[in-house]
Design a protein around this ligand. Structure first.
Ligand SMILES: NC(=O)c1ccc[n+]([C@@H]2O[C@H](COP(=O)([O-])OP(=O)(O)OC[C@H]3O[C@@H](n4cnc5c(N)ncnc54)[C@H](OP(=O)(O)O)[C@@H]3O)[C@@H](O)[C@H]2O)c1
Length: 294
C-alpha cells in the first residue's frame, strides 16, 4: 500500500519539525513554510493548498505568541482563524483529513473545574485563546473530517533541525547550566508534556475517530513546583534548586490559574500522554541526563 501524503504547515516550527523528523518513514511528507504561503493572506492560502494533492493536512502553523495576538488582533485573526478555516474547507473539498492543534489557553479564564475535559465550556482572557476557540467551534459544527488535538504546554530539547519553542524544561536547564536564577509562577497550574510523546503517537493520532482530544501529561503542582522537580532531575542539589528556581508569587496572585487538561478520552483511544514524572524521565533518558529522584 502506498504511503499517505501528509502536508505539514509551519514546517520550520517546533511541533511540525519534531513530528516530521520521527514520521518521515511512515508518510510522504510535504513541508509548507511561510516562504511558500503567508497565512495572513487567506485568499493566497486557498489557492496554494487547492493546487496541492494530499491525504492529510497537519496544520501546526500559528501565531502562538500571546503578546503578538494582543497587539495585532486583526492580522493574527487572519492567521489563527480565517486561514485554518480555509484549510479545513480545502480538506473537505479534497476528501482529505484535517489535523488541527488547539491549546489549553482556551481555558485560561476559568476559575474552577480543572482538569478540563474536551466538552468543557471554553473561557479565555487572551486573543490567542479565543482565536483557537473560534476554530474549534467552527470545526465542531462543520462536516469536515478532522482531528483536533488540544495541547498543554509542551516541553523538549533541541535536536538537529528541531528548535523548541520556549518551554519550562529549557528554562530550567538554562538556569541550572549557567547558575542563573530564574522565576517560575506559583499561581499557575497547567500540564507539562514532553513533545516527543506527540511525535511518537502521531501515526495513531491520524487514525483517531473524528473529534477533539486533549493531549497532556497528568501534572500535579504549580509550574514553580514542576520547575523544581525538573532542576533536581537535571542534577541540581537541593541547595541549588532553592537558589536557582525562584518563586514568582505575584503573577495571577489575585486569580490563580489552573487550566490543566483531562486526557482520559485519548487514553481510552489507546494513546497515553503519561504523567509529568514519566515525561521528565523520558526527557532525561533521551538527552543523557543522569536521572535523579525528585
Ligand atoms: N508549543 C506548545 O507548547 C503549544 C501548546 C499548545 C498549542 N500549541 C500549538 O501548536 C502549534 C505549533 O506550535 P509550535 O510550538 O510548534 O510553534 P512554533 O514553533 O512557533 O511554530 C509555528 C510556525 O507557524 C509559522 N507561522 C506563523 N505565522 C505564520 C504566517 N503568517 N504564515 C505562515 N506561517 C506562519 C511560523 O513560521 P516562521 O518560522 O516563519 O515564523 C512557525 O514555523 C501552534 O498551532 C500552537 O498554537 C503549541
Amino acid at each position: 500500500m502506498s504511503r499517505k501524503k501528509l502536508v505539514i504547515t509551519g514546517a520550520n516550527g517546533y511541533i511540525a519539525s519534531l513530528v516530521a523528523l520521527y514520521n518521515a518513514d511512515r508518510f510522504d511528507i510535504v513541508p509548507v513554510t511561510r516562504a511558500d504561503v503567508d497565512l495572513a493572506d487567506p485568499g493566497a492560502v486557498r489557492a496554494y493548498f487547492s493546487a496541492l494533492d494530499f491525504d492529510l493536512l497537519f496544520h501546526t502553523a500559528a501565531v502562538a505568541t500571546t503578546a503578538l495576538c494582543e497587539n495585532e488582533p486583526e492580522m493574527t485573526h487572519r492567521v489563527n482563524v480565517e486561514s485554518p478555516i480555509v484549510l479545513a474547507e480545502v480538506c473537505r473539498d479534497k476528501g482529505a483529513r484535517f489535523l488541527f492543534i488547539t491549546t489549553e489557553q482556551t481555558f485560561n479564564a476559568k476559575t474552577s473545574g480543572a482538569p478540563f475535559a474536551e466538552d468543557a465550556e471554553p473561557e479565555s482572557h487572551s486573543h490567542y485563546g479565543r482565536q483557537k476557540t473560534e476554530v474549534d467551534a467552527w470545526l465542531a459544527a462543520s462536516d469536515v473530517d478532522h482531528v483536533t488535538l488540544r495541547l498543554s504546554w509542551m516541553m523538549g530539547m533541541p535536536l538537529h533541525g528541531v528548535h523548541p519553542s520556549p518551554n519550562v524544561a529549557l528554562q530550567v536547564l538554562e538556569a541550572v547550566r549557567t547558575g542563573t536564577p530564574a522565576s517560575f509562577k506559583v499561581h499557575d497550574r497547567r500540564c507539562l508534556t514532553y513533545a516527543q510523546n506527540l511525535a511518537d503517537s502521531f501515526a495513531r493520532v491520524c487514525e483517531l475517530p473524528r473529534g477533539t482530544y486533549n493531549f497532556a501529561a497528568e501534572t500535579d503542582g504549580s509550574v514553580y513546583e514542576c520547575a523544581r522537580r525538573l532542576a533536581a532531575a537535571f542534577g541540581a542539589t537541593p541547595e541549588e534548586v532553592d537558589a536557582l528556581i525562584r518563586p514568582d508569587l505575584e503573577s495571577y496572585a489575585d486569580q490563580p490559574r489552573d487550566y490543566r487538561l483531562d486526557s482520559s478520552k485519548i487514553r481510552a483511544a489507546g494513546i497515553d500522554p503519561g504523567t509529568f514524572e514519566g515525561n521528565v524521565a523520558a526527557v532525561m533518558a533521551d538527552f543523557g541526563f543522569p536521572e535523579k529522584p525528585f
